[in-house]
Every structure is written in C-alpha cells, then in structure tokens.
Design a protein around this ligand. Structure first.
Ligand SMILES: [Zn+2]
Length: 605
C-alpha cells in the first residue's frame, strides 16, 4: 500500500505548514518564524516554532520536530498514509495509489462512506423536521436531549416504513446491503435495516460514519438496540462510539472513560465529561483496548454496578500487561448507569469518576463494604474472600501491597493473610500440556483452586441458557475445557435443571446463576463459533505437542487445512452457520469414534 510519489510530493509542496499548525495552535510571527505554545508538552511561554518556508517545526522545550505529515500524524493519531490523505483532502488533491487494488479498495470504501453519510443526513433531517418524528422529538426532549446534543451527535430517526431510506437513496440493493443499511425484500425491492428507531450514527476515529446503533422507542416491541451488521467499514469489536469527538479531550486529560451505551456517552458529554466512549453492543475487546491506549493509558470503566463486578479479572490484567494500560473502575451507585446519573445527578457522576480506583482495589473494597468487620467471623470471611481476589493479580509486588493493606483492615496477621493469598494459577500463561500427560500435582495448593472459566466457554453457556433451542444441538462437552464449565454444561442440558440449581449450590450452579442474569448480547451462533474457534486453536496446539515426525504431520495436513477453512468461514456472517454445523459434526464424530484426527467422511476442500 502506498501513495503515488508524484501526488505525495505535490501534497508536501502545496501544504502550508503554518496554516495547518494554526488549526491547533495560535501562532505569532517572530522574525522569519512563527511561534506559539507547543501542543506536545505543557508550557506557559512559547517554545514551539515553525519554519513555514522549510515546512518544518521544532520545539525548544520538548525537542519534538518534523514536517506537516509528522505534525498531522501526531495531532490526529493517524498513520503515514492517513496523514497524507488528511492533508490531500484539505488541499483538494485526489490521490492515486501505487497498488491499484489498494486504490480500488479505498474507492469502494469511499463509496460506502458516502452512502452512510447520506443515510446519517437523512435520518438526522427526518428527526429534525419530519412529520412522522414528532413523538420521537418529544421523547428525546423528555430525556433532556436538547437540539445542540442532537446536532453534535447527529442523532436521527428511521421512519416506520419498509423502504424510507432505500427509496430516498435510490441505490442498487447490493450497495445498500454492503453498507449494512438494507437487504432485498421478498417482493424484489429493498427493505430498510432500521425502521422506527432512534438512530445513533457510529463514527470512526476521524469522524466518518461507519455504521449505526438503532434504539427502539420506549413503547416498541423489538429488541432495545439493533446495530449495523459487520460490513467492510463496521467491525463492532474495533469501533468505539464517541471517540472522534472525545479524542482531543482524552489526550488532554490522559484518561478515557468507557461506558456501555450510546446514551451513557452522551450523558457524560452533557455532564461536562467529554472524554467518554462506549462499545457498540459488545463486550470490551483486546482491539478496543489497543485503540484506547493510542490516546490515553488510563482507562476508567464506568459500567453500571453489576457490569463492573462481573468483568473478567484476567482479561483486565492481560490488557494492563499487553497494552501498558491502567484499568480503573468508577463505582456507580447501585442500579444506576452513567447516562441516568448524568440526567438525574450530574455531580454524582463527576464524583464517581473522580473516585475511580484500580480494578483490584475496586473489587477488594466491594467485598469489604459488604462485610461485617465488627464480627470475628465477618473479618475471617472478608480475609478469605479478598485473599482469593488478590491472588488473581499477576504481579507479586502488587499482591503484597494489597495484602498488607487488607490485613490491617481485617485485623489479621500479615503472614496469615499471605497464606490466604494463594499463588495465581500458573497454567494460565503456559501452553496446554500434551493430552494424556499426568496432572501436575507438585503443588497441592494449586489444584484446590480451579482455573478461571475462559470467556468463550462462559459465552457458550450463556447462549445455551438463553437460547437452548438454537444452541443445544450445537454444543458438545468437548467445547469446554474448564471442569466447572463442563459440570455446568451437563447440568443445563438435563431436563428440569432450573429446579435443581436452587437446591444444592455448587461451583457449577453459581456459574449458571451468573450466566442466567447476564444478557445474551450477541448472536447465539456467533457465540458458538467463538467457542469453536477456541477449540480448534487448542486442538492445533495439542497437535503440535503430539506429532513428532514429518510423516505424521503430513497425515494431519488435510484436517488442519479443512479446519482452517471452516474457521475462516465462521468469521463471515454468510457462511458462519454452515461452518459451525460442519465443525460440530466433526467434533461429534471424534467423540463417538474416539479417532481424534481422522477427517472421516468430511468433504476436504
Ligand atoms: Zn514541546
């Protein structure tokens, strides 16, 4: 991927650096140069200077220097090509690309962007002045959304008609479908994807529309939120709502607030906290965290009270480790989310965010809050519970600091507390041991503590509990590795299990209780596919341990390839269901024949 050299030179020559810099910094002419306050470090007297003729900037304070492309890369958090595109766009230069497929790619993406922009305008105008949107306008007003907010976030309304947008745009149905806005109807004409919904456009980092979240009106019968399906522009596991508006405030504050919903973000902005973003109908992913840490290292989780407590600790610690992030949690009052709080009591929201604690400290304090520390029994219980939580943290120094603090609060001896903080399960960061090898009993303390249930298995259980009709035929014991999850699987696939779970509490019933209260936040087939992804990856790892010579490897090659193809198919909406069924068949076959690696009668393509 690259830009035609001629065009690149043209952009460099025609760009007026002082003009670009002036968009961000007030510049004053000093002799031959321009001077101003450095945007890259905090200062009170100007040491940032621009040589417009040479097209070069330099800061005498922080020594940052470069040309217009460097400047735009830094300010807009873009890569090289992105920065050149940004400058070219400003100059009205149409870029050509060296790789023609890359050019076509960008042309097609641009076309989708244009369609989405038009759709956003249509929805926005319909909300602002459409006769059908009167009820929506009064609803939004009743929720405190003034017209400034509606404009800032380009909120819109999708009319309650089958093809309002499709007929407004008048483009071929495949294009409508590629943009995630419609699909072919049974009578041949296109059908809108969003109907009778409040529309929240989702933007990429640079403010281009990539998709939508559609919220049902309060009296509607449909699911509360509907989001754009995966398209070439929209990948919900990578996009963060509000980031294009929040990014400069995030950089300034060196802090990013993560909420669960669109209205939470808007609430934060209105409460004077313009550094909030939200995921779009999905849990936080590794990609989200990676994206966030480009702007700030300090990530404050502002979920409702249940959401934060349920978040998986090992994922949080993994992000801190991999992305050098600091994960904090803001304690929301019971039953409140940031959106509500912003509406009802904005200063409580500001206070909650200001009092955000590191994730581990947040969890410890929730346990201590609920404990009766005036009783010996209460203190003993609190010590054991907090000990288990501290043990999950991967860093020994951090564990030690916290256990000293807790020991004082629950009034027990530090050495005793240290014994309660068992070592975290060391298998987590190690590859799966070869199958059939004896269990590691060298440390009996470890075997008393089962490993955390992997996210994919939790998701699968959740899908199984909430949509048994779809998921039961596709779920197999082999899709679980965690012993508690396996027990839970067997339990929920037994008739009359709901009656049983209240009777005898076990680790498995606790786990089921948890997935029962969690919402099914994704398509069940997609959740099955993610569990299968994990199974296949595990299978591949085990194969590498098992196979010792080339000949054996050759024998396995067809099935490895077959699985890889199915795995790819699972990542696309069109082919997912068929691929999931094929893999489940293969797994079931393995279970019954006990022949782990034979592809049997599968079609090996
Ligand atoms: Zn500087």
């Amino acid at each position: 991927m690259g830009i035609h050299d001629e065009d690149l030179q043209r952009v460099k020559i025609e760009t007026d650096l002082s003009g670009v810099v002036s968009q961000y910094v007030a510049l004053r002419k000093v002799g031959q140069r321009w001077s101003g306050l450095c945007p890259f470090h905090n200062e009170k007297t100007p040491s940032f200077s621009v040589n417009a003729e040479e097209g070069f900037f330099y800061c005498f304070g922080c020594q940052k220097s470069g040309d217009a492309i460097t400047f735009v890369r830094e300010m807009e958090h873009l890569d090289f090509v992105g920065a050149v595109e940004w400058l070219a766009n400003r100059l009205g230069i149409a870029l050509r690309y060296t790789d023609t497929s890359d050019g076509t790619n960008r042309k097609e993406r641009q076309e989708l962007t244009d369609i989405l922009e038009k759709a956003a305008d249509f929805y926005h105008q319909t909300l602002r002045s459409g006769t059908s949107a009167g009820k929506v306008r009064s609803y939004l007003r009743s929720r405190g959304f003034d017209s400034e907010t509606v404009d800032q976030f380009r909120i819109g309304y999708a009319p309650d008609k089958w093809d309002a947008l499709a007929s407004h745009l008048g483009i071929p149905t495949p294009k409508l479908e590629a943009a995630g806005l419609g699909r072919p109807g049974q009578r041949g004409g296109p059908i809108d994807f969003f109907r009778d919904r409040i529309m929240f456009p989702v933007f990429d980092t640079n403010g281009a529309v990539v998709g939508f979240g559609g919220r049902m009106l309060p009296d509607g019968q449909q699911p509360k939120y509907k989001n754009t399906p995966q398209t070439r522009l929209y990948d919900k596991s990578k996009v963060l709502y509000g980031l294009h508006l929040a990014k400069k405030h995030i950089v300034e504050a060196d802090e990013i607030v993560v909420c669960e919903g669109y209205t939470d973000v808007i609430g934060c902005f209105r409460a004077g906290i313009p550094r909030a973003v939200a995921t779009c109908g999905t849990a936080l992913t590794d990609d989200h965290v990676k994206l966030m840490t480009r702007f700030a290292k300090r990530i404050v989780i502002a979920f409702d009270a249940d959401g934060a407590g349920k978040a998986a600790a090992d994922r949080f610690y993994g992000w801190e480790d991999r992305h050098n992030a600091e994960v904090f949690v803001a304690a929301m009052p019971e039953g409140a989310d940031p959106g509500q709080l912003a509406e009802e009591n904005p200063s409580a929201l500001t206070d909650a965010l200001a009092a955000a604690e590191p994730f581990l400290s947040y969890r410890i304090n929730r346990v201590l809050d609920k404990s009766d520390l005036s009783l010996v029994e209460g203190r003993a219980r609190a010590a054991a519970d907090t000990g288990a939580i501290i043990a999950e943290h991967p860093n020994e120094v951090v564990r030690d600091q916290y256990l000293i603090e807790v020991a004082q609060k629950v009034r027990i001896d530090i050495e005793q507390m240290r014994r309660l903080v068992k070592k975290p399960n060391p298998t987590r960061h190690q590859p799966t041991p070869p199958p059939g090898s004896p269990p590691d009993n060298s440390d009996t303390q470890q075997s008393t503590q089962p490993p955390a249930v992997p996210q994919a298995e939790l998701n699968l259980l959740r899908a199984l509990v909430h949509d048994p009709e779809t998921v039961t035929p596709l779920a197999l014991p082999a899709m679980f590795s965690n012993p508690i999850a396996i027990d839970a699987y067997h339990l929920v696939t037994t008739d009359g299990w709901r009656e049983q779970i209240d009777e005898t509490p076990t680790a498995a019933t606790t786990l089921i209780g948890r997935v029962l209260v969690e919402e099914l936040d994704a398509d069940p087939i997609e959740l099955v596919s993610r569990a299968l992804d994990a199974v296949i990856n595990r299978w591949n790892t085990e194969l590498r341990y098992d196979v010792h010579d080339i000949e054996q490897l050759r024998q396995h090659q067809p099935i490895v390839q077959w699985l890889t193809h199915r795995q790819e198919e699972m990542h696309s909406d069109d082919t997912r269901t068929a691929a999931v069924e094929a893999i489940v068949d293969w797994l079931r076959n393995q279970e019954t024949t006990g022949e782990p690696d034979q592809p049997s009668d599968q079609n090996l393509n």
